[in-house]
Design a protein around this ligand. Structure first.
Ligand SMILES: [Zn+2]
Length: 250
């Protein structure tokens, strides 16, 4: 049974898997088409356009289904000590990025969003540490500077998500069945949450706190756009891909 998200993950109650099918990423930082970043008033969101096929993920706990990229957005706080939605052993990171994908057996995101197998969201923890910028994250933090006004957008290089590849993507992620963390909270999400954070500089996180949240009041900024930890009555079934099977060669 799916639960409401986010949840506090504790390694004590988790099923460790040593022969997980490889989770595959296709096209997330390929230099094709164009990317745009948007200030939606509640978050910063990245989308791709002008490409034949959206990036997609398959394999792992998703089986043979193909989940196409819809958008990536961020959650953050007014301090570096919180901002993420999920926690692992109680640890909080400065940000959590959500790469939202929909099952391509449905026509589009809107048709998929309320189906039990409709969505797969990949979560990346991002932590502010020191003042040395993370080069791979620089295209995002530069783009964020250009969308400080609400409802504006700016173009980005199409490889602006290359920082995702800093993770060893085939393993060391948690999976459980949960929900969207924003209204209407559909329980349609297969969560894939990488255990290790990606470290960026404090400045690279701080630019997010300058995004305007209200068209009438320029002093109002987007901060603390994360949902509180949910406490399901019954413990959710969480698996951890400790190791993955080697990718079979055709
Ligand atoms: Zn989110």
């Amino acid at each position: 049974m799916p639960v409401q998200s986010p949840i506090a993950i504790s390694n004590r109650t988790i099923d460790h898997i040593d022969d997980a099918d490889p989770l595959e990423y296709h096209g997330h930082w390929e230099p094709v088409g164009v990317a745009r970043v948007y200030n939606t008033g509640t978050s910063a969101m990245v989308k791709f356009a002008k490409r034949k096929e959206q990036p997609f993920i398959t394999g792992g706990g998703l089986g043979d289904d193909k989940y196409a990229f819809e958008q990536l957005h961020f959650h953050w706080a007014d301090t570096d000590e919180s901002g993420c939605e999920h926690t692992v052993e109680g640890v909080k990171y400065s940000m959590e990025a959500h790469a939202v994908h929909f099952n391509t057996k449905y026509a589009n995101f809107d048709e998929a969003k309320n189906k039990p197998d409709g969505l797969a969201v990949v979560a990346f923890f991002i932590h502010a540490s020191g003042d040395k910028d993370c080069p791979e994250f620089q295209k995002i933090s530069e783009g964020i500077r250009n969308v400080q006004k609400i409802n504006t957008s700016a173009s980005l290089d199409s490889d602006c998500l290359s920082w995702i590849g800093l993770q060893e993507l085939c393993k060391h992620y948690y999976t459980y069945k949960g929900s969207l963390t924003t209204a209407p909270y559909f329980e349609s999400v297969t969560w894939i949450i990488y255990r290790a954070p990606i470290f960026v500089s404090m400045g690279q996180v701080n630019v997010f706190r300058n995004l305007q949240s209200c068209p009438k009041d320029e002093t109002k900024k987007i901060v603390n756009n994360f949902r509180e930890i949910q406490k399901p009555e019954k413990d959710p079934e969480i698996t951890f891909a400790r190791n993955a099977k080697p990718k079979s060669k055709l």
